[in-house]
Design a protein around this ligand. Sequence first.
Ligand SMILES: Cc1cc2nc3c(=O)[nH]c(=O)nc-3n(C[C@H](O)[C@H](O)[C@H](O)COP(=O)(O)OP(=O)(O)OC[C@H]3O[C@@H](n4cnc5c(N)ncnc54)[C@H](O)[C@@H]3O)c2cc1C
Length: 287
Amino acid sequence: MKPAPFKLVAPRSREEALAALAEHDGDARVLAGGQSLVPLMNMRVVQPGVLVSINGCRDLDYIRLEDDRIVCGALARQAAAEESDLVRRRCPLLADAAPWIGGMANRNRGTVCGSLAHSDPLAELPAVAVATDAEIVLASRDGRRTLAATDFFVGELATAIRPGEMVEAARFATAWSGERTAFLEVSNRQHAFAVAGVAVRLDLAPDGRCRDVRIAVMGGGPTAMRIEAGERAVVGTTIGVEAARAAADAVERAVDPPTDIHADAAYRRRVLGVLTMRALQQAAGRS
Ligand SMILES: Cc1cc2nc3c(=O)[nH]c(=O)nc-3n(C[C@H](O)[C@H](O)[C@H](O)COP(=O)(O)OP(=O)(O)OC[C@H]3O[C@@H](n4cnc5c(N)ncnc54)[C@H](O)[C@@H]3O)c2cc1C
C-alpha cells in the first residue's frame, strides 16, 4: 500500500524549514530519517498533505558540546551519535543505547531528534533523554522554547510539539564525575523493537557510595518513564543486592505496562524488575 498523495518541500536551511512549516501550518510534517514516518504513511496511518524534508539542512547536522551538554541537531543521525567519541566520553548512556536501535541501515538514516519526536514508548532514545535530564529545543518561525524531556513526551506517539514547530535540537546532560552507566533491553529478535528496557546512570563516590542516580524505563507505560522511587532505594548505598532488589521492586510497583502481540503486562513488569537489578549491578561494576 502506498502513501496518500503529498507535496514534498526540501528546504536547505533551518530558516527555510521553519518558513515552510509556518506556510503549511498544521498540514505539514517534518521528514527526517523517514524510518518511522514513511512506514506509517505507507500504511496510511498518517496522511500529511505536505512533507518538509530537513535532509538538506546542513546547519541542523551537528553533535557538539555546549554549556556542559551534548547537543544533537535535528539532522544528527543515530549512527553518528553511536560512533561519536565526544558522545562516548561525555554522555556514555547515549553511546550505550544507540546500538540497540534497529539495524545499522536504520541508524544510518534515523535521527536522534526524529526518534524523540516520534515518542514510541518502546524506543531507546526517549528513555536516554529522560535518564540524562535532556532538554528538547523546539523552534518555529516565531521563536524557540525549551522543554524538559519529561514534559515533552505526553503519550504514545504524542509529544508537546505544536503545529508549525520542529525539534531543533536535543540537549543531553553530560556525565557526572563518578558516572557509571548501563542500558539493557529484551526484544523478541535481534534488530526488533524492545519489549522492555532500562537505562541507568549512577554517580559513585570514591568509596563506592551512590551520590546520585537516574533510572528510566521503556515499555513501562505510554511514554519513557523516570522511576524516582527506585532511585531513592539506592541513593547513599553501595548498590548491594538488597538495595538493587528494593529498586527493582519499586520499578515493578511504579510501572503500568501495555499488553500487545509482543508481550503481556505481567511479563513486561517482571522483565523491568529483573533488568533494573541487573543494570544497577552492571553499572556499579558488581555483575
Ligand atoms: C526496521 C526498523 C527497525 C527499527 N527499530 C527501532 C528500534 O529498535 N528502536 C527505536 O527506537 N526505533 C527503531 N526504529 C525507528 C527508527 O529509530 C526511527 O529512526 C525513529 O523512530 C524516527 O526517526 P527518523 O529520523 O527516522 O524520523 P522520521 O521517521 O522522519 O519521523 C518520525 C516522526 O517524527 C517527526 N519528526 C522527525 N523529526 C522531527 C523534528 N526534527 N521535529 C519535529 N518532528 C519531527 C516526523 O514528522 C514523524 O512524525 C526502527 C525502524 C525500522 C524501519
